[in-house]
Design a protein around this ligand. Structure first.
Ligand SMILES: Nc1ncnc2c1ncn2[C@@H]1O[C@H](COP(=O)(O)OP(=O)(O)OP(=O)(O)O)[C@@H](O)[C@H]1O
Ligand SMILES: [Mg+2]
Length: 261
């Protein structure tokens, strides 16, 4: 697939980002820019520090060192809700939804909270919040499941629900941690279409993924991490030919799907 580079300005700038857990540098001095409107892919072996990098950028854990700028403003010391209100939303590697709530109630949290609304305010009083939550459920293909309980849903539905909840916060930038993991080939195809539609809305995507066919097809540029550091940064076309990436991550075939993680 031919990739067309996106000519946006940097929306996110990360410089010298370090996150230490005791003696372990889970992220060990990573520099990257994410351009406005592009899809930026991140891959690398298990334990490379990909999720930790997401956790640092989205404020779940503080950076040990480094600078992170979003839309020209430093965010490395901002709170999770401050970063969300600034326009960054994320999903998690393991499906994490409010199991005991309905699908619609899950998305309402994002719709209400992403606007900077009070946790305790009534969402019923705000028809526009309800409408946005319903719109995002339709967008991800869960319109007919609005009244279902979230807990018993299959993995694909939970992953789409996380995406709907994130989109309901009206982000400029969406971080997705292995959204394709555990999906069947046809579900992978369906999610690829959905993420293409997210991009078409002008939302910048940062995508951690082991399923290489999805990563390669969706990403404008990729970052390969290993042991907390940058192993490769460049076009998805070139990554498959990089000897170090093949040696450390892809293996001899270079095209196999790392979808067993
Ligand atoms: N909260 C934590 N406390 C201590 N160590 C942690 C913590 N979170 C992550 N680590 C360690 O940091 C390293 C990077 O983990 P991380 O989850 O970021 O890797 P990853 O690239 O997302 O891997 P995977 O592909 O398996 O999801 C690992 O050695 C992990 O054990
Ligand atoms: Mg991870």
């Amino acid at each position: 697939m031919v990739q067309v580079a996106t000519a946006g300005q940097p929306l996110l700038r990360a410089r010298g980002v370090v996150k230490r857990y005791g003696g372990l540098a889970a992220v060990d001095g990573v520099d990257f820019d994410v351009l406005d409107g592009e899809t930026f892919g991140i891959a690398g072996p298990n334990g490379a520090g990909k999720t930790t990098l997401f956790d640092v950028v989205t404020g779940i854990v503080g950076a040990t060192a480094g600078e992170i700028e979003f839309a020209g403003k430093p965010i490395q010391n901002a709170s999770v809700h401050g970063i969300c209100h600034a326009g960054i939303a994320r999903t998690f590697q393991l499906p994490s939804v409010f199991d005991s709530q309905t699908v619609l109630a899950n998305v309402l949290v994002g719709a209400q909270y992403g606007q900077g609304g009070s946790w305790f305010g009534s969402t019923r009083a705000k028809p526009e919040v309800l409408a946005r939550a319903k719109d995002e459920l339709v967008f991800v293909g869960l319109g007919a499941r609005a009244g279902a309980l979230a807990g018993p849903m299959p993995v694909f539905d939970k992953k789409r629900l996380m995406i709907a909840s994130a989109l309901a916060t009206q982000p400029r930038m969406l971080f997705l941690d292995e959204p394709f993991g555990g999906l069947s080939p046809s579900e992978v195809d369906e999610l690829m279409v959905l993420l293409t539609k997210v991009k078409a809305r002008g939302i910048t995507i940062v995508l951690i993924e082991h399923v290489m066919r999805a990563l390669m097809a969706l990403s404008d540029r990729v970052l390969i991490m290993n042991q907390g550091k940058t192993l490769f940064q460049g076009s998805p076309h070139d990554v498959l030919r990089d000897a170090e990436v093949v040696r450390v991550y892809l293996g001899k075939r270079g095209d196999k799907d790392k979808d067993d993680a």
